[in-house]
Design a protein around this ligand. Structure first.
Ligand code: ASP
Length: 438
């Protein structure tokens, strides 16, 4: 029998009606055996996620103040799910235990993780699957990073004993047994870890959109959905995936060669987007797979005659950045010029000191920091075989009167990165989309 691991996000499990949709989806296929759940998310615009309520309750308790009312609200949301499902399930003991634990400084992570924990218990009871607490089988190392090896060993063994199970997402435990969470949105990672541990045929990630779109719908009107994208392309478009899938969720399944299918709980009839390890096929009509971009970047421009023959020049520049604990995004270079593209958030407040240190390290003829840069990534595995793609990108942008400040092409030939003024960002993306898709 095929095995599928599934993950349902917070909006898919925000109330009893959503729980019913999720149960129907799980029951629709025998192979849907391992289910990871998030905490209840927003039911409507302006609503608050349970995770955020838990963080707040914990801060109040931690400050020695009274969080009884807020805790009652949190409890009320879970209880309305239980009642709405007509379930005979009493979680009073859990609520009492959590309430009292909050007063003994168990840590923010423990507090936040209770949303997933309680939701997992309710969903397991509703669907009749076993409940597994990830604190016993998902592990972090002493330094706080995820312990993939140990987890995979223990989790595979645990899951092999359960034909069907529900696991709360988002957390595991430290070597001393205390609860630790992944970063926000981390249930996606748990889903991926579970898929790897059971060697699943597919990891279905159910959310509230029908997969990825070829461009940001706030920039392009009604962009086309992406049917299939490779892991590599998704990495190149990582600015775009934000908000749909946690960046770190791809690593466990990618290593195991398992595909991810992004699906919509509210429109289960949609096929969604398949994220695959490799693909022979590409969309011949559009050639490109997607366009993504971001604003808020600066470039440090460095010029020096004969730079190309000066051994160690690049290393010395990058060493300065390392000393300032700054990571860079791109390194476009010319024969006597080198550019370092850095996000403004990374550079904030450090630019003068960095320029000073680069001057000291490599004595450039000229150095300046220019802000207001936006980057646009045009990505597609089809670009390797379709000739003239770069020409089409540049012509489309030029036709709209947009000046290109920087060009970079990754060595894999599946992306072209273009730097433009932030004020030209929208126009440039629209121009590229129109050229290839419309
Ligand atoms: N509930 C957590 C959050 O809001 C984790 C998740 O939903 O994936 O970030």
């Amino acid at each position: 029998m095929q095995i599928k691991a599934l993950k349902f996000g917070g909006s898919s499990l925000a109330d009893a009606e959503q729980f019913k949709k999720v149960a129907n989806i799980v029951k629709a296929e025998e192979s849907r055996r391992y289910v990871v759940v998030s905490a209840p998310g927003k039911r409507f615009d302006g609503d608050t996620k349970i995770t955020d309520m838990l963080y707040e309750a914990y801060s109040i308790a931690d400050a020695g103040e009274d969080m009884t009312d807020l805790f009652a609200k949190i409890r009320g949301r879970f209880e309305s799910i239980i009642t709405g499902l007509g379930l005979d399930l009493d979680l009073s003991k859990d609520f009492d235990k959590i309430f009292s634990a909050f007063h003994h400084h168990p840590g923010r992570d423990y507090a936040a993780s209770r949303g997933e924990y309680l939701n997992g218990k309710i969903f397991a009871a509703y669907i009749g699957y076993d409940f597994i607490d990830p604190a016993k089988c998902i592990f972090f190392k002493e330094n706080g990073t995820f312990d993939a090896e140990r987890t995979n060993e223990v989790l595979s063994a645990v899951l092999a004993e359960h034909e069907r199970a529900v696991l709360p997402g988002f957390y595991g435990s430290m070597p001393n047994g205390t609860v630790k969470t992944f970063s926000r949105g981390g249930s996606d990672i748990t889903g991926s870890i579970v898929a790897r541990a059971v060697n699943a045929d597919l990891y279905e990630n159910w959310t509230d959109v029908s997969g990825f779109l070829m461009a940001d719908p706030r920039v392009v009107h009604n962009p086309k959905p992406i049917d299939e994208i490779t892991y590599r392309e998704l990495r190149e478009l990582s600015y775009m995936g934000a908000g749909v899938l946690h960046e770190d969720a791809i690593f466990p399944v990618r290593a195991a060669g398992i595909s991810i299918n992004i699906r919509n709980t509210n429109r289960p009839e949609d096929r969604g987007t398949m994220i695959v390890p490799h693909s022979e096929y590409y969309n011949y009509e559009t050639v490109i797979t997607g366009i993504a971009g971001k604003k808020g970047l600066s470039v440090i421009n460095i010029e020096k005659d004969m730079m190309n023959s000066e051994i160690g020049f690049g290393r010395k520049v990058l060493e300065v950045l390392e000393e300032h604990n700054v990571s860079f995004e791109h390194l476009p270079s010319g024969i006597d010029t080198m550019g370092v593209v850095i996000s403004d958030a990374e550079l904030a407040g450090k630019d003068e000191a960095i320029v000073h240190d680069i001057k000291k390290a490599v004595s450039p003829d000229h150095i300046s920091v220019d802000g207001g840069l936006a980057l646009i990534a045009v990505v597609g595995r089809g670009m390797i075989s379709a000739k003239g793609t770069a020409g089409r990108v540049f012509r489309a942008i030029a036709a709209k009167g947009v000046n290109i400040r920087m060009i970079d092409q990754g060595s894999s030939e599946i992306n072209i990165i273009i730097g433009v003024d932030e004020s030209d960002y929208l126009r440039a993306i629209e121009a590229i989309y129109e050229e290839f898709v419309k």
